[in-house]
Design a protein around this ligand. Structure first.
Ligand code: GLA
Length: 416
């Protein structure tokens, strides 16, 4: 077959039309979102410091910067549901609640940008958001233009009050409308989460072409049961998810709940370590005025963040499930490094000792490996590929996190 220049160009244009191609989120997004911690509190008279309002966003934005979170990579501040007015304006455009956002969204976004942060907002594909505010259905282009005019850098588009069967065309349509504005807007979709819940098999190939990230499963709550059930769901479904995960398009197990009421220090370490292995979006939802120092240190851990942000963008996998439900997850990193997390979920009361063959960890390509503890980076020893690695894990949802590299790989790297 002869390809003319024109037909190649036409083909490229059609292909571009089907995919998002906005060049955004080459690494998993990092930021802060209102929902898990602040939900839909709208009564600012009774709850002046925690209601969903411009005051809350300004306060938390400032703390994201002053507390060192932006410097660590947490750059998006996102308002979830309950920012909207109950009705659209006379011209059909979206408007925020006047009492809680008196300066308007553009002015709030300008303030957020002036701090060096990016600004995100929530909407819903259906007729109404999950909390009952106006959804985008019937107004896709108009709303995309509104978001661009407000300089919204990130849109979380939920899927309540909609026909799930429409998502395969509706979510891409909103993506096109966002692209057509010419303003770069990262696009977070809830498309597969609703389909998974309805026992439909989401088309992850199409989703990964249309969205920068997508919620796969249920809402996270402030408890270890909730965090652990999401980890299990990701482990059980990893073969369907991992192939579509990578720079520009990410599976999303939902927010980091570290720093709130529900997780112990060990469980907090576990959530952050596993979200890093999965290369999940790191979207905090915590009151930065009240966070403890230990929780802040976990969230800001440089080694975990660099595993999460590794340029290969690989979604780590659960590679071992041992007796007593201990499981080991692993993620291949750039430059022949590999990160591991061993999780002991049971409330067994005392730490357990485990020992695994390096080959069971998938380590066999090089003769020897240097092992390092991830949280603090200390050297744990050199192991031959035929040896076993022994370690201890605390119970009740704590982890042992470690990463390995081969001295030979390092030498080769420096020679190249
Ligand atoms: C759904 C989403 C949550 C949150 C709420 C808001 O439940 O999954 O993350 O956005 O709606 O109403």
């Amino acid at each position: 077959m002869q390809w003319s220049v024109t037909s190649v160009i036409v083909f490229l244009l059609i292909d571009g039309h089907n995919s998002l191609e906005n060049g955004l989120l080459r690494k998993p997004p990092m930021g802060w979102l209102t929902w898990q911690r602040f939900r839909c509190v709208t009564d600012c008279r009774q709850f002046p410091d925690t209601c969903i309002s411009e005051k809350l966003i300004r306060t938390q934005a400032k703390l994201l910067v002053d507390g060192g979170y932006l410097a660590a990579g947490y750059e998006y501040i996102i308002i979830d549901d309950c920012w909207l007015n109950n009705t659209r304006a006379a011209d059909g455009s979206l408007q925020p609640d006047d009492d809680r956002f008196p300066s308007g969204i553009r002015s709030l976004a300008d303030y957020v940008h002036s701090l060096g942060l990016k600004f995100g907002i929530y909407e819903d594909y259906g007729t109404q958001t999950c909390a009952g505010y106006p959804g985008v259905l019937g107004h896709l282009e108009q709303d995309a233009q509104t978001f661009a005019s407000w300089k919204v850098d990130y849109l979380k588009l939920d899927g309540c009050n909609a026909d799930i069967k429409d998502f395969d065309t509706g979510y891409p349509s909103m993506g096109h409308a966002l692209n057509a504005t010419g303003y770069p807007i990262a696009y977070s979709c809830s498309w597969p989460a609703y389909q998974e819940f309805s026992k439909m098999k989401p088309n992850y190939a199409a989703i990964s072409q249309a969205c920068n990230l997508w919620r796969n499963w249920g809402d996270i709550d402030d408890s270890w049961d909730s965090v652990y059930s999401i980890i299990q769901w990701f482990g059980d479904n990893q073969d369907r998810l991992a192939p579509f995960h990578g720079p520009g398009h990410w599976n999303d197990p939902d927010m980091i709940v570290v720093g709130n009421y529900g997780l112990s220090p060990g469980q907090s370490r576990a959530q952050m370590a596993l979200w890093s292995i999965i290369a999940a979006p790191l979207i905090l939802s915590v009151d930065l005025r009240a966070i403890s120092e230990w929780a802040r240190e976990i969230i800001l851990n440089k080694n975990l963040i660099s595993i999460n942000q590794d340029p290969l963008g690989q979604m780590g996998r659960r590679i071992v499930k041992l007796d007593g439900n201990v499981e080991i997850w692993s993620k291949t990193l750039i430059d022949d490094r590999t990160a591991f997390v061993a999780l002991f979920p049971q409330p067994y009361g005392t730490p357990i000792q485990l020992s695994v063959n390096l080959t069971n960890l998938g380590l066999g390509r090089f003769d020897e490996y240097d092992f390092f503890e991830t949280f603090h980076g200390e050297f744990l020893g050199k192991y031959h590929k035929n040896e076993r690695y022994s370690f201890t894990i605390n119970p009740s949802g704590d982890v042992h996190a470690f990463y390995v590299e081969s001295a030979i790989a390092k030498t080769l790297r420096f020679k190249v």
